[in-house]
Design a protein around this ligand. Structure first.
Ligand code: TRP
Length: 339
C-alpha cells in the first residue's frame, strides 16, 4: 500500500510565505513524486475547521469564510485535487469519535506541557478562562493524523510537539489494544522558521507581520519597503549587519540570483548600498514568486460551485478511509457490539 500523508491548516486567515516555505511547497513536491512511474504517496490535506473553532467558537462565520480562502491558497500554489485529497475536518465525524478515545490515553498534565500550546495560551492571554477544547486540540490533531493512518506529516517547525504527542498516543494505543496505527513522522520544510516583516522570529497571521500569498503587487511592495532591517544602520555608509537581518534572510530564501544576493550582502557590510536598493531587489524576487500564485488564485476565485465540488469529493473520499480505520479501532477496543 502507498504511504499516506496527512497535513492541514486552521482556516483562520489567508496563508502566507511562512506557510509556503514551511509546508505548502513540500506538499506540491510530495503529490508529484513518483516511484516506478506511479504516485509515491496518497496525500490528504485537511482544512481543520474544528481546530479553528477551538479559539474562534464565538466567530463561526470567520472560520467558514476562511475555509474557502485556504482552499484558494492551496489551489493557487499548485495543490491539485486530482492528486491530493482535500477535505473539511468537521465533515468527518470519525475524527471526533477517535478524539474521545484518545482523551483517555493522555494526562491533563501532559497536554498542558506541549510547548506550542503553552506559547499560544500565553499569547492569547487566556488566564483562568482557557477553553478545554483549545488545550486539548493536539489530541484531536493526533486523531486527524491517525484516522488516515498517515506515516508522513509535512508541517512547520512549530508543529513538531504535536507530532511527538501523536507518536506517544499511537504507542499507547497499540500497546493497550493491539497494533492498529503507524507512528507518523514529521517532514519540516527547508526553511525552518521564517521571520516576520517586523523582525519577530516568526511570521504569523495573528502577529500582523505576514506577507500573504494573495497580497497584491502594491501590498507586497509596501510591506517589503517597510521591512525591519538592521536598526543600528542610519546612513548608507554605515556598515550593516546581514546575519539575523530579515531582509537578507528573505533574500537567501527567495532570491534565486545568488550572485546578486552575495553582492548586496558584501556592499551592505561595507556600507556601500542603500536599504532601498536591497529591498527593491527583494520585492522583484518575491513578486516573481507570487505572480503566478496570484494568477492561479484569480482563476478559481468566485467559482464557488467548482470549489464546493472539490471539497465535497475530497471529503467523501477521506471519509471512506476514516470509516475503515474506525472499524479497526472499535474492533481493537472491543466496542464493536453490533457487527
Ligand atoms: N495545528 C496545525 C496548524 O496550526 C493545523 C493542523 C490541524 C494540522 N490538524 C493537523 C497539521 C494535522 C498537521 C496535521 O497549522
Amino acid at each position: 500500500m502507498k504511504k499516506r500523508i496527512l497535513t492541514g491548516d486552521r482556516p483562520t486567515g489567508k496563508m502566507h510565505l511562512g506557510h509556503f516555505v514551511g509546508s505548502l511547497k513540500n506538499r506540491v513536491k510530495l503529490q508529484d513524486s513518483l516511484e516506478a512511474g506511479l504516485p509515491k504517496y496518497d496525500q490528504f490535506v485537511m482544512i481543520a475547521d474544528v481546530q479553528a473553532l477551538t479559539d474562534n467558537f464565538d466567530n463561526p462565520q470567520k472560520v467558514r469564510d476562511n475555509v474557502k480562502e485556504v482552499l484558494l491558497d492551496y489551489l493557487a500554489v499548485g495543490i491539485d485535487p486530482a492528486k491530493t485529497t482535500i477535505l473539511v475536518q468537521s465533515m468527518i465525524p470519525e475524527i471526533a469519535e477517535l478524539t474521545v478515545f484518545y482523551l483517555d490515553l493522555v494526562t491533563l498534565e501532559r497536554v498542558l506541557r506541549n510547548p506550542t500550546v503553552k506559547e499560544e495560551i500565553k499569547q492569547k492571554g487566556y488566564g483562568q478562562s482557557l477553553p478545554a477544547g483549545f488545550a486539548m486540540y493536539p489530541i484531536s490533531q493526533a486523531a486527524d493524523i491517525t484516522v488516515f493512518n498517515a506515516s508522513l506529516v509535512p508541517v512547520g517547525e512549530d508543529q513538531l510537539p504535536m507530532i511527538e504527542q501523536t507518536r506517544e498516543i499511537v504507542r499507547k494505543f497499540n500497546s493497550l489494544y493491539g497494533e492498529v496505527f503507524v507512528e507518523p513522522e514529521a517532514l519540516v520544510g527547508e526553511v525552518k522558521r521564517l521571520p516576520g516583516i517586523d523582525g519577530n522570529s516568526k511570521m504569523g497571521k495573528s502577529l500582523g507581520n505576514a506577507i500573504y500569498l494573495s497580497d497584491t503587487e502594491e501590498e507586497l511592495r509596501k510591506k517589503v519597503m517597510g521591512m525591519y532591517t538592521d536598526p543600528k544602520r542610519i546612513h548608507v555608509t554605515d556598515p550593516g549587519k546581514v546575519e539575523g537581518n530579515p531582509v537578507f534572510i528573505y533574500h537567501d530564501v527567495f532570491n534565486p540570483d545568488k550572485t546578486e544576493v552575495a553582492d548586496l550582502k558584501r556592499r551592505y557590510i561595507e556600507g556601500n548600498v542603500g536599504d532601498i536598493e536591497v529591498k527593491e531587489k527583494l520585492f522583484v524576487a518575491l513578486n516573481e514568486l507570487l505572480k503566478p500564485i496570484r494568477e492561479k488564485r484569480n482563476e478559481f476565485e468566485g467559482k464557488d460551485e467548482i470549489l464546493n465540488q472539490i471539497l465535497k469529493e475530497g471529503t467523501a473520499r477521506a471519509r471512506e478511509v476514516a470509516k475503515e480505520t474506525m472499524t479497526k479501532v472499535r474492533n481493537a477496543m472491543k466496542i464493536d457490539y453490533f457487527k
